[in-house]
Design a protein around this ligand. Structure first.
Ligand code: NAD
Length: 420
């Protein structure tokens, strides 16, 4: 039985910790957020992909122990860092990885393995984490302990491609490290894919996210032009998707959210600029287009109200969906927040329904939260469907709304419905 520490119990670390416990490891979940730790200790999961029942089973079996005490990390064989990597003033902020690394270094013993999962630019494992671990432990990487990188590919809410069924890229700073990292993940996922060093693994993750970011931007820009040209871009994407090779469909939307798309590609462009003095033009263009989609949504809404002799100022607007992704409660970097903010500043009365997003100060300073009822739908001057949660009754929305701007093409055709 391996003693495992997961440092950082968020969207990535918590599912990993529970899965490792289910696979027979003895897991300590370490997080600096004492409130999160208390919730977990009480058997309450705050991540959709982990059911409270599964959490409670591992707690009862004694195989998963959440803790906010650094000392709980003592004695690990394998430690995984799943700390956040946000942008601070537009620049990569590695401080959470660094502080988790410093904590683990104190308890690092000869023969143990440290794995980084947080998304970051190529070189993070070897140039940032490695010296930190050596300094804090007095041990030598490669000689005394193993070190590697394995990017997370979690897709919240995806029932088919889960942590277990999605192949996992693994890497190590040397052969023994790779072996140790691969052995750990082989015990918890169905398939591992080894690459030659952490840099390739770090870049692979950024390629995946940048690929999606750029392609979404491409289709978003096309959607704007196609609307002006009177062409149905959605139908065109469907038609293009009939090509069985060389094409992958992306659909327009109100912008990108979550962690992967708005933030991760900027780690790559920052690294390219710093290391080579060059601009990563694709990423910059994609950022520009995707970041402006909420403005486009508001412009379309303004034009629609204008046609009915109404102004945004004083209109009641009902937003449906605050999460950036359907059937999830994740409103981080969500374009819905920007749409709400723009409308509020223009004097609209903004109301919003989202059955998944818990009331948070970021959004709730701007919107009045409501439940989706027939009355809310019919009393709004306009409805904007931003997230296509399955919990929404799309037929009811198109039936009751005076006007609906459908950013996800789920409401069907109707005189009162316009698609983005
Ligand atoms: N959310 C996703 O879908 C997703 C997918 C792939 C990769 N990632 C990457 O995984 C990493 C983690 O993302 P997340 O979504 O799980 O973040 P999150 O914010 O949900 O969770 C991170 C957790 O780490 C904790 N933490 C911060 N500093 C710590 C420290 N020093 N020691 C221990 N715990 C600490 C925080 O309190 C928080 O609970 C990021 O680098 C992200 O880019 C996320």
């Amino acid at each position: 039985m391996t003693r495992v520490v997961i440092a950082g119990l968020g969207y990535v670390g918590l599912p990993l910790g529970i899965r490792a416990a289910q696979a027979g490891h003895q897991v300590v979940g370490y997080d600096v957020d004492a409130t999160r730790v208390s919730l977990l200790a009480a058997g309450e999961s705050y991540v959709e992909d982990v059911s409270s029942e599964d959490l409670q089973h591992t707690l009862a079996a004694g195989t998963f122990r959440p803790s906010a005490e650094p000392e709980s990390c003592a004695g690990f064989d394998v430690a995984v860092i799943a700390a956040p990597t946000p942008l601070r003033d537009g620049l990569p902020d590695l401080s959470y990885i660094e502080s988790a690394g410093r904590t683990l270094a104190r308890y690092l013993r000869p023969g143990a393995t440290v794995i980084l999962e947080s998304t970051s630019y190529p070189g993070t494992t070897q140039e940032h984490l490695l010296p930190l671990l050596e300094e804090g432990s007095g041990l030598v990487a490669g000689t005394d302990f193993r070190l590697g990188y394995s990017p997370e590919r979690i897709d919240p809410g995806n029932q088919t491609w889960t942590l277990t069924t999605t192949p996992k890229i693994v890497s190590g700073i040397d052969g023994a490290s790779l072996e140790a990292v691969q052995a750990f993940y082989d015990s918890i996922v169905e398939r591992t894919v080894a690459v030659s060093s952490p840099r390739e693994a770090e870049l692979a993750k950024l390629i995946e996210n940048t690929f999606r970011h750029v392609n979404i931007a491409l289709i978003n820009e096309l959607a704007i032009f196609a609307h002006e040209l009177g062409i149905d871009v959605w139908e065109a994407v469907d038609a293009a998707s009939s090509k069985p090779f060389g094409f992958m469909p992306f659909t327009p939307g109100p912008g990108v959210g979550g962690h992967c798309l708005p933030i991760d590609p900027s780690y790559l462009s920052w690294h390219v600029e710093r290391a080579l003095g060059q601009n990563f033009r694709f990423v910059e263009l994609a950022n520009d287009i995707n970041n402006h989609m909420p403005d486009y949504v508001v412009r379309r809404l303004m034009l629609a109200l204008n046609r009915r002799g109404l102004a945004v100022n004083g209109s009641r607007i009902l937003l449906l969906g605050l999460a950036y992704k359907k059937n999830t409660g994740d409103a981080r970097e969500s374009p819905a927040v920007r749409v709400a903010d723009l409308l509020k500043r223009m004097g609209a009365e903004v109301r919003a329904a989202d059955p998944h997003v818990v009331e948070t100060t970021a959004v709730d300073t701007v919107v009045t939260r409501v439940s989706l009822t027939a009355g809310e739908l019919s009393s709004a001057d306009a409805v904007v469907l931003l997230t296509d949660h399955a919990a929404f009754d799309f037929g009811e929305i198109s039936k009751r709304a005076r006007y609906a701007l459908d950013c996800r093409r789920v409401l069907g055709a109707g005189d009162n419905v316009e698609t983005l």
